[in-house]
Design a protein around this ligand. Sequence first.
Ligand code: V91
Length: 217
Amino acid sequence: MSSNKRIKGISVTRPFYFGNIAMPLTGKKAADSDHTHKWTVMVRGINNEDLSYYIKKVVFKLHETYANPLRTVEQPPFEVSETGWGEFEIMIKIHFQAVTSEKPVTLYHHLRLHPYEDDPSGKPWPADRPVSSFIYDELIFNEPTEQFYQILSEHNALTSNLPAKKPNKDNPTVPQFSVQLEQEELERLDHAQREVNMQIMQLRQQMAAIEQDRYKS
Ligand code: V91
């Protein structure tokens, strides 16, 4: 018997990545408009895992100057391809299958069209080499419903499916995650840690003050 009841004390983590790949437009296509790049923004599973057993749809919100900026993708691959001339923020909203009883999750991705100026190798970026920016992330399902847990187990999703070895640069099964974005994430985590430590200190002081007041009376 599996039901909509939630399983207490259990968390299931699913790894995934999101981001974009981009290429400069060449020849006729480039001459036809002021658009300079073709790009694809996507949400994907690790090792090509099909995410549709728990993701119902993904809504990509492009810059409002695009025609129909809300792009809804109801089947994998969860991706949108477009052309344009600039970088902007894309809102990505992941809607889960009803069986999960999970609220949608919103992500933000800064569309990247241009290579980093400080390429670590110092070599210029080959014109025909796509630029990409991907973020690795994990969806954590806390206290999944019994039904959803059953589905997760049928998809071997209760144990990690991270690649055991470092991805081979020449034949990657996962993209290379951006060093700069990794650094930015570390800075956000560091900032959050400091913020939480400060709040803990403030609450301790408040508690001490309350204790003292109580002692006086
Ligand atoms: C940026 C709109 C093609 C501004 C400075 C962009 C939209 C917003 C952008 C775009 C910012 C779409 C159109 C008519 C036809 C730094 N497109 N924002 N097609 N980055 O590429 O670039 S770019 S509008």
